[in-house]
Design a protein around this ligand. Structure first.
Ligand code: ZN
Length: 443
């Protein structure tokens, strides 16, 4: 074994000698002076990059630079030796021609990557985590070929995720009015516009306003518009009100076919299930009824599970920018009347009946915070569950789970902590579904 390795390394160093920068000495003769060992070198070929992982027994000091004509990357590792030459021959990809290793300055290791074209490399160190020890990762981006350019063009043809944003009330229906005279209909429209701006500036997503002006819109027309827009999600924005001015905090509602999370939601549902479902004239003097109607309407459109999932994400983010009225997404047991197809949530952004919260609702800064929080929640959901055919679903780095795969192995393959994979994919247990997509977080 030892003899073989020595033989291999001496061949290697003599191959490298031609470079003129390397000492043509066997690596192992300097082992006594070395502090860090390269235990193994692994390669993974990903859609747009080649990743080399150096498994080390300690943190290494390294430098990486490019040389041109021919294109090479030179990696210097201070006070390092190569323990296992492994099969360097197998370390190649569309971008990487070959890899050569030699000793430099007596105890440093120099790694030369021969490339097929000029590229921008990236390198970083990873601390020990789980089954992995210290690692040095080198990412080599692949030059885009004409066939890949076609793929990119195809990706551009993929559609955006569409979020229908419904500003509650409007026109001769002001919604609730705060003690400072703030009308709910104005606050909801302002927040809706800011949310649209946030969503539009997120790649792969598009926000559409159900109403863009101060005008009355029938509930059934709001739903109809969401359908016409082929929305993937509908967010109805409201502000709460309660006789007791102390009531405060944001709430998120989704619908449930059975069971309600709170007594008030249950009472609401019982009443509402008796309501004329053809949506006769809405009694504008009863804004509570308006909210109930919206909730009921959402039951016509909502796929409950998705709605709850999105609701959870949004509630979590709203909790970061302000107080939350109820810690869970509220559900009411409305009857589902029609084949559901658009997940929907209703947000009570704060209590307009609470003067402190009313002032917040009027402030541009707070409205922006709310919009950003809602976007983050929506984004967290769609980055896990983007609808097929959307740019978001196609552009995410993912791994398709094969029979026998374990989380530990997959995280090892991508040199990522298992916890990152769990968070990114909302995984709690260890069960992996064969054929399912596992999204790979960046970096
Ligand atoms: Zn309202």
């Amino acid at each position: 074994m030892k003899k073989q390795r020595r033989q291999f390394l001496s061949q290697l160093t003599s191959r490298i000698a031609g470079l003129g920068v390397m000492a043509a000495a066997p690596v192992l003769s300097h082992a006594a002076n070395s502090h860090i060992s390269v235990k193994n070198i692994r390669i993974s070929r990903e859609p747009n990059k080649t990743r080399l992982v150096f498994d080390l027994d300690g943190p290494v000091e390294h430098s990486l630079f490019s040389l041109h004509k021919p294109e090479r990357l030179v990696l210097d590792l201070k006070q390092t030796r190569l323990l296992d030459s492994g099969s360097l021959e197998s370390l190649h990809s569309r971008q990487l021609k070959s890899i050569r290793i030699g000793v430099r300055n007596t105890h440093d290791l120099r790694v030369v990557l021969d490339l097929k074209s000029r590229t921008t490399p990236n390198s970083f160190l990873l601390e020990p985590k789980g089954n992995n020890g210290h690692r040095l990762v080198i990412d080599v981006k692949e030059q885009i070929s004409s066939s890949q350019k076609r793929d990119v063009a195809q990706k551009k043809a993929l559609r955006d995720v569409v979020v229908a944003i419904d500003a509650g009330h409007g026109g001769n229906d002001p919604g609730a009015t705060g003690s400072l005279g703030t009308h709910e209909k104005n606050v909801t429209l302002q927040i809706a516009r800011r949310l649209k701006k946030e969503i539009d500036s997120t790649k792969g997503m598009r926000g559409e306003l159900i109403r863009s002006k101060d005008r009355f819109m029938h509930l059934r027309n709001r739903i109809k518009k969401a359908h016409e827009l082929d929305a993937d999600l509908m967010i109805s924005i409201h502000a709460d009100s309660f006789p007791d001015a102390r009531a405060r905090g944001a709430s998120v509602y989704a619908l449930s076919v059975s069971g309600a999370t709170s007594e008030s939601a249950r009472l609401l549902a019982e009443k509402e299930n008796k309501v004329d479902l053809l949506f006769g004239d809405v009694d504008l003097n009863h804004q509570d009824k308006m909210v109930r109607q919206v909730l009921l309407d959402l039951s016509l459109t909502g796929t409950i599970e998705s709605s709850l999932d999105i609701g959870d994400e949004v509630l979590k983010e709203l909790g970061r920018v302000g107080r939350v009225h109820k810690k869970r997404v509220q559900q009411a047991g409305f009857a589902v009347l029609k084949a559901p197809n658009i997940p929907a949530i209703l947000l009570e952004t704060a209590f307009i009946s609470n003067p402190k919260e009313e002032r917040k609702l009027r402030s541009t800064a707070h409205q922006n915070k709310l919009a950003k929080a809602i976007l983050r929640g929506v984004n967290d959901y769609f980055s896990r569950k983007a609808p097929p055919g959307t740019w978001l679903s196609e552009s995410q780095d993912h791994y398709v789970i094969k029979k026998g795969d374990t989380l530990a192995e997959i995280s090892d393959k991508y040199s990522l902590p298992v916890s990152h994979l769990r968070t990114r994919n909302s995984l709690r247990g260890d069960n992996l579904r064969v054929g399912a997509k596992l999204y790979i977080p960046a970096g």
